[in-house]
Design a protein around this ligand. Sequence first.
Ligand SMILES: Cc1ncc(COP(=O)(O)OP(=O)(O)O)c(N)n1
Ligand SMILES: Cc1nc(C(=O)O)sc1CCOP(=O)(O)O
Ligand SMILES: [Mg+2]
Length: 233
Amino acid sequence: MSERNPLSGSPLSGGERLDSEYVRGLLKVYFIMGSINCRRPAAEVLKEAIAGGVTIFQFREKGTGALTGAAKLDLARELQGICRAHGVPFIVNDDIDLAIALDADGVHVGQDDEPARILREQLGSDKIIGVSAHTPEEVRQAIADGADYLGIGPVYPTSSKDDARPVQGTVLIESLRREGISIPIVGIGGITVNNALPVLAAGADGISVISAIASASSPRLAAAELANQEERE
Ligand SMILES: Cc1ncc(COP(=O)(O)OP(=O)(O)O)c(N)n1
Ligand SMILES: Cc1nc(C(=O)O)sc1CCOP(=O)(O)O
Ligand SMILES: [Mg+2]
């Protein structure tokens, strides 16, 4: 199959940012994974997950035993190649230098990283910038800084992130939507096929998962079931 860049020709809003409806549509089933999240080769898991309906992928090579240096770069290249071949945007977690080196489709950063305002200067207007936010103040700042979407969590208890903040359910997502804040949002943290629906009902545009797909006996089926939740919403 020929490789294609999923964001080539992606719509810009006439100003300097990607069109938010375009980004919203990408977030439906947001799969995050690094080598330590898989019991099988990461490339196999990603291919199956994409076959099941993943709409965007984040490379998050982080935690005890995670790859570094050339091994990390090689894996990132391999997974980016798979994403490109299937038209799935490839987002890099935290590592801006890696994102630039690979010409990735975007980055996801947290509150301890460079603000989106600075990243936008480095990455340009046609890259996706996602920011984690846990409070209304963090949300407002991320929007002012030019984030394309927000990751809000942890919605439920998670064992995939050692330094996760306290579980917050869907309260923040609901209150943002009630206030009329329309930026694209994914819920994250402990989301599975059995508890995804309330996250979408609260106003999230998609759900973001690690273990629900990476640890599943069939990543394809798990991704398909999560995509199906979307349709049932
Ligand atoms: C989609 C999405 N949402 C939230 C996060 C968490 O980012 P962060 O708080 O920076 O934590 P780490 O993932 O870096 O440990 C995310 N990665 N993706
Ligand atoms: C990477 C990450 N960020 C979170 C946040 O709350 O910002 S929770 C989380 C881990 C998500 O993994 P799982 O789907 O296995 O619970
Ligand atoms: Mg981070």
